[in-house]
Structure formats: C-alpha cells, structure tokens
Design a protein around this ligand. Structure first.
Ligand code: COA
Length: 357
C-alpha cells in the first residue's frame, strides 16, 4: 500500500508574546503556580483581527517552501477554532496558498487534530485520491478562552504547524507509520465550549454568560491525558514493530509539562529523548505537535534517521499516536520568525527548545 511520506515542514507563532508576568498583572495567579503546575513561562497570542486561517496560511507556506514545490492536491486543516462555524476554513487556506480548486476539509479533534489529520491524509494518499497533501494544525485558541478563567487562560495559546505529505513507500525515511486513534464521548463534558453549536444554538434563548467560552475540568482531564497517551503510544509502537528503546525522540502534544513527564516516565523514554517547547509556547491545541516538530527540526534537535514517536490527547475525548523515521528535509524557518501575514511590532525572541527535564 502507498504510504504518506513527510516531504516538508513549517511552523508559525504570532509575534505577540505574553509572559507569566503579563498574566499575573491581571489574574489571581503567580509565575510560580503557572511554572510548577504547567511548565509554561510564555506563550504567543494573536492580536485582535488575526484568525486561525492567517496562522495556517503562514505555516502552510513555510511547509510548501521546505518541500521545494508549491503544489498539493488536498488541504487538510485540523483546528478547534475555525474562522467561522460555517463553512470550513480549509478552502480559504487552500485558496490563499494558491493551491487551486483542490479538495479541502477541516478536522475537529481539538488537541488530537494533527494525529487525526495524519490518518486522514494517509488515507487520501493510500486511496489514490491525492498525491500530495498539505496537512495543517492551527489554532487561534485564545479567541475561545475566557480571559478571566485562570484555570485555562494560563495554559492555552496560539500557533500553527504544517507538513507536506507525498505518496511514497512504507519503508522510506519520512513514511508515517500505522496511526492508532481512539475516542471516548462519555467524557465530552471535560473539555467543551457549551454554546454556539446545535445543542445550544445562537438562535433562540441567549446563552448563559460564559457558555461561549472554552471550559475544562483540569484535574480529571489530566488523569485521562496520561492514561490515554501512554496506552495509545504503546499500541503505536507495537503496530510499528518498535521497542521503546528504539525511540530517539518523543514528540507528545504539549498539554502540560507534568503530563508529558508522567507519560514519558510510564513509557520509559528518558529525559534527553523528550522534545518540549511548552515553556515558550504553551498549549497550542491542534498546532502543538507539528509546531513542536517544526521548532525541533529547525533547531537541529530532530535529524535524519531518528525514530520519532508522536502522540496527542484532547477534547472529545480523542487521542492518537504514530511513528515516523525522520526524513531529510529542505531548509526550515524557525516558527518564531516574523511572518508575511502579521505585522511584528515589539516582537521578542523565544528562547531555544528544551527537554522536559
Ligand atoms: N493560578 C493559581 N491558582 C489556580 C490557577 C491559577 N492559574 N488555576 C487554578 N487554580 C487553583 C484552583 O482554583 C484550585 O484552588 P482551590 O484548591 O482553592 O479550589 C487549585 O488551584 C487547584 O486546582 P486544580 O484544578 O485541582 O489544580 P491542578 O493541580 O489539577 O492543576 C491544571 C490545574 C489545569 C494545571 C491541571 O489540572 C492540568 O494540567 N490539567 C490538564 C490540562 C490539560 O492538559 N488540558 C489539555 C488537554 S489537551
């Protein structure tokens, strides 16, 4: 069967950097609480008027550039924060990237969107529907966060990451391994925006204050995140025929540094093999995994031949994992490098990538 092979990679964060000090100035929280509970020191946030598509276009453009070709015949966009409830945002992104009248669809799997997107993109390629897919994970997540809700406002942030996937052979570098996915709708209430959908529509009774914002039951979410990412990672390793000792780098959804540490400990992946950028970018939801890959590859932390385990967990609940033997890629742009889409007054540089030690 034809495999999906990573041929290009790009990441982008908006220039506006919000530090813990910026948050403590307006919220009842502290730098010590945020760092010790989440591992986050700063995050990038969209300015008013910037939408998910703006981030997705910039990351997509960078991924196409690194692939050495400007075409794709399908665009898959994983996002929690589409520009509009209707239509999907993917056609707009495809049009602005000049891809022409290609297949384009959104995937709604919150923080697991990129893993779901890999499975869908690989399926499009295996079925012969597409030869080259541009898969983007992008979220302007702060647009649905209640700025007064200290339990989520300190965690979530904005960004985008993208990969170009081309048709290839399962044993070549860059081939995406078997993708293992799962969901648990019985716990849908742990992560939710209550209003704005058909259950609590815009028409009729006005939503209760706050129902248009994202809500999370953090402590319960934490437990599910650890259990599901650990289990699905083990399944993906078995499906790929890898032992945990084979894993050179773990690229897990940057939910929270403590979750990442526990998942890696339970799997047996040592600290020096764990990729992490949560300290600088926070939890960027659907963008998290491709943004991490883009930053790590741009900084030389991910090099040709490395065996990489990818995993994610999020609202739905939904989760996934897969494996990739890292390919040789064209020149990569650092995700915090200014983009063409957004003006960059007052941009501060993000520090370099760190392990989760
Ligand atoms: N600053 C200070 N105190 C805060 C706070 C903040 N930003 N946010 C919450 N608190 C308080 C709570 O109000 C609570 O106070 P109380 O004991 O007086 O009621 C206390 O801290 C403990 O709250 P709790 O939610 O139990 O904390 P926690 O140790 O579970 O940490 C999270 C909270 C959100 C960091 C943690 O649950 C978590 O990381 N969950 C998973 C989140 C996640 O990854 N979600 C994404 C999945 S994709």
């Amino acid at each position: 069967m034809r495999a999906a092979v990573i041929a290009g990679l790009g990441g982008y964060v908006p220039p506006n950097l919000v530090t813990n000090a910026d948050l403590t100035a307006r919220l009842d929280t502290s730098d010590e609480w945020i760092r010790s509970r989440t591992g986050i020191a700063s995050r990038h946030v969209v300015s008013p008027g910037t939408a998910t598509s703006d981030l997705a276009v910039e990351a997509g453009r960078r991924a196409l550039e690194s692939s050495g070709a400007s075409e794709a015949d399908a665009l898959v966009l994983a996002t929690t924060t589409p520009d509009h409830p209707c239509p999907a945002t993917a056609p707009d992104v495809a049009a602005r990237l000049g891809l022409g009248p290609v297949a384009a669809l959104d995937i709604s799997a919150v923080c697991s969107g990129f893993l779901y997107g890999l499975a869908v993109s690989a399926g499009l390629i295996a079925a012969g529907t597409a030869e080259r897919v541009l898969l983007v994970g992008a979220d302007a997540f702060t647009t649905i966060v209640d700025p007064e809700d200290r339990g989520v406002a300190v965690i979530f942030a904005d960004g985008a990451g993208a990969v170009v996937l081309r048709a290839g052979e399962p044993d070549e570098p860059g081939a995406v391994g078997p993708v293992v996915l799962g969901s648990d709708g019985e716990h849908r209430h742990l992560i939710q925006v209550p209003a704005g959908g058909s259950r609590q529509p815009s028409a009729g009774v006005a939503p209760a204050p706050g129902d248009r914002f994202f809500r999370m039951r953090g402590r319960e979410t934490y437990r599910h995140a650890v259990d599901r990412m650990t289990a699905v990672s083990r399944d993906a390793l078995v499906r790929a025929g890898w032992q945990v000792e084979d894993v050179d780098r773990l690229a897990a959804h940057q939910a929270n540094a403590r979750i990442l540490g526990t998942v890696a400990d339970e799997l047996g992946v040592p600290p020096e093999r764990r990729l992490s950028n949560i300290e600088q970018v926070g939890n960027t939801a659907a963008a998290s995994v491709p943004l991490l890959l883009a930053q790590a590859a741009a900084e030389g932390e991910l090099t040709e031949g490395m065996r990489v385990l990818l995993t994610a967990f999020g609202g739905g609940l939904a989760w996934g994992a897969t494996t990739v033997r890292w390919p040789r890629l064209g020149p990569l742009t650092a995700p915090d490098r200014p983009g063409a889409e957004v003006p960059v007054p007052g941009m501060r540089p993000a520090s370099s990538i760190r392990s989760t030690r």
